[in-house]
Design a binder for this molecule. Structure first.
Ligand code: NAD
Ligand code: ZN
Length: 349
């Protein structure tokens, strides 16, 4: 039996240590996983740099990581759909299954969700980790473990595009070309959007977006949302039906309202300052609906099908690869965006 469980444990602000933790014992409905690939998310970096995100504060040592895939090492006695050796994507949030939200299918809103690497719960940037078996999705042979890890951000794209009502012929503005903006671009295209325009303040991110299929890109260099909205209308040949805001920046949310066609929809994915100034009357009188999204629910199966069927290619998102032993270097790369880093992946094998 293995004994090495090297884990990336965050003790507090700027205090990330690699150390051994016990290999967990599984319950009857759980699987023990040999971790394979873990992507670094902006939230992992925020916990490292600030020690908190909003009300979530790292008060006790916490293992980071939640964009992940692994290999089943052991199954609990009730587990029927998996066997040792199966490669799986890990949906990181396990809800209570008892509350109205869980019963109604919107389990992302469950107040008692246990979500990897959201304090006080451990993540899975380690060698061995246990998880609820029904939140593990078996990967077909031709889908890589890296792609399995990318199912996590891709599911955010699926949920956002579903809430936005993206369909065949939709025209979509995506604000922000970070990993989340890029997965929204891919998903919107896969769901039939005929034109997607994407914005960013960084030229290199727009280049990646263009390579990943964006029809138009706009480099945002001023905070004049109304002027940029005019530019969006011009390059797209009309105002977009839908805006998916993925930067969280106030000026970008303002742009989303001004740019969206009357009767259209803006979905807020980006989470920036908790209060922002927006032209709400403009949205009201033009019937531009504004919706939020929180993570995802029931999105892993579609995200996996999109990859397995070749409808989306997420591989270009992964720009940097590190070993678990190099975790500090990996986080430094993700934090600084050095070398044009988009998604930084850590191998735990
Ligand atoms: P990221 O920081 O890598 O990407 C954000 C991008 O927005 C960057 O490329 C940045 O240059 C760009 N940007 C900044 N200001 C801009 C502006 N004014 N106009 C256009 N682009 C601008 O982050 P990410 O990992 O891609 O995540 C994006 C956002 O989504 C974050 O706010 C994150 O917290 C949020 N998020 C929300 C959910 C949810 O459930 N709602 C889930 C995951 C991530
Ligand atoms: Zn619940």
């Amino acid at each position: 039996m293995a004994t090495d469980n090297l884990s990336a444990v965050l003790y507090g602000k700027n205090d990330l240590r690699l150390e051994q933790t016990p290999i967990p014992e599984i319950g009857p409905d759980e699987v023990l996983l040999r971790m394979a690939q873990v992507g670094i998310c902006g939230s992992d970096v925020s916990y490292l740099v600030r020690g908190s995100i909003g009300d979530f504060i790292v008060k006790a040592p916490m293992i980071l990581g939640h964009e992940s895939a692994g290999v089943v090492a052991k199954c609990g006695k009730n587990v029927k759909h998996l066997k040792p050796g199966d490669r799986v994507a890990i949906e990181p949030g396990v809800p209570c299954r008892m509350c109205d939200y869980c019963k109604g299918g919107t389990y992302n809103l469950c107040p008692d969700v246990v979500f990897c690497a959201t304090p006080p719960y451990h993540g899975n940037l380690c060698r061995y980790y246990k998880h609820a078996a029904d939140f593990c999705f078996k990967l077909p042979d031709h889908v890589t473990l890296e792609e399995g890890a990318i199912l996590e951000p891709l599911s955010v794209g699926v949920h956002a595009c579903r809430r936005a009502g993206v369909t065949l012929g939709s025209t979509v503005l995506v604000c922000g070309a970070g990993p989340i903006g890029l997965v929204n671009l891919l998903t919107a295209k896969a769901m039939g959007a005929t034109k997607v325009c994407i914005t960013d303040i960084a030229e290199n991110r727009l280049k990646v977006a263009k390579d990943m299929g964006a029809d138009h890109t706009i480099l945002v260099s001023s905070g004049d949302a109304e002027a940029i909205a005019k530019e969006v209308e011009k390059v797209m040949g009309g105002m977009p039906d839908i805006t998916i805001e993925c930067s969280g920046a106030e000026s970008s949310i303002r742009l989303g309202i001004f740019a969206t066609k009357s009767g259209g929809m803006m979905v807020l994915v980006g989470l920036g300052p908790s209060e922002v100034k927006i032209p709400i009357v403009n949205a009201a009188v033009r019937e531009v609906d504004i919706r939020g999204i929180f993570r995802y629910a029931n999105c892993y199966p579609l995200a996996l099908d999109m990859i397995a069927s070749g409808k989306v290619n997420v591989k270009p998102l992964i720009t940097h690869r590190f070993k678990l032993e190099e975790t500090l270097k990996a986080f430094e790369t993700a934090r600084t965006g050095a070398g044009g880093a988009v998604k930084v992946m850590i191998s735990c094998e």
